[in-house]
Design a protein around this ligand. Structure first.
Ligand code: SF4
Length: 256
């Protein structure tokens, strides 16, 4: 029986780590057969432009994948199995939280796995994931070149900058770049989203109003808007926005 050929597949999120991984692998003449980028539909426009730029640079096609149904469909229209997990009439999944990340599976991993399934018959698929040496998350059956090269997150970013990739400044603003509407991002990143991308922030306020659950366990986007406005007022009068007094007043303002 003939041995199956190997298909080396790069999972490109487009962030600093997977970009550095791809560039380093090519630099080291490692085999690259397929580059997959999964667009969740909630990527920063600068990220999509980065993918175009990267594709030109590596002179290799980057396959853009997208789930059949979009983020907004799942958030507002998907028929949930139980009313506990949807609005009153049973539609719409909640924003993701620490224990339920439907968007990662529905909009990314399921889409990639479906695309790769067609190779299973004739190929052994090797999937390369861009996780840096100082990040803990790794799965057994995947390959993590940055970890093997001993490249940290900081080094990955510096390497990309040196190669001329700057994501139009996204990493100057955010410590992590993922979907702009991600509820799992920090309050600090959300504050920066509001400051630097006001149109996306306004869109997020509308998204949150249209869903039945809270954006974050402790905040709606509207409450965050109130908090950020209040922070600005307090800063103007010299109040410490990390101090006890600030949070006491914030709780009163938000009725918490
Ligand atoms: S980045 Fe956030 S919103 Fe986007 S797929 Fe991942 S968990 Fe979901």
């Amino acid at each position: 029986m003939n041995e199956k050929s190997i298909k080396n597949v790069i999972s490109l999120s487009g962030g600093k780590d997977s970009t550095a991984m791809l560039l380093m692998m090519l630099e080291k003449n490692m085999p690259v057969d397929l580059i997959l980028f999964c667009d969740t539909g909630k990527e920063f426009p600068a990220m999509l432009r980065h993918i175009d730029k990267l594709e030109k640079y590596v002179e290799y096609p980057i396959i853009r994948l997208k789930a059949e149904k979009e983020y907004d469909y799942y958030l507002y229209q998907h028929k949930a199995k139980s009313k506990k997990h949807s609005n009153d009439i049973g539609y719409g999944w909640p924003f993701s939280n620490g224990t339920n990340r439907w968007c990662t599976s529905k909009l990314k991993t399921d889409v990639i796995n479906k695309h790769l399934r067609k190779f299973n018959k004739n190929y052994t698929v090797k999937q390369y994931i861009g996780i840096a040496a100082d990040e803990p998350k790794r799965i057994k059956d995947k390959i993590y070149p940055l970890y093997d090269f001993g490249v940290t997150e900081k080094e990955a970013l510096r390497y990309c900058y040196e190669k001329g990739f700057d994501w139009e400044g996204l990493y100057e603003i955010f410590d992590r770049v993922s979907c702009w509407c991600c509820p799992l991002q920090s309050i600090d990143n959300l504050r920066k989203l509001r400051e630097h991308f006001p149109k996306l922030w306004d869109e997020l306020i509308i998204m949150d109003k249209k869903t039945w659950n809270k954006f974050k366990a402790d905040y709606t986007v509207e409450q965050l808007e109130m908090r950020f406005e209040f922070e600005e007022e307090c800063k103007n009068i010299g109040m410490n926005i990390k101090g006890r007094e600030f949070f006491k007043k914030l709780r009163i303002l938000l009725n918490k």
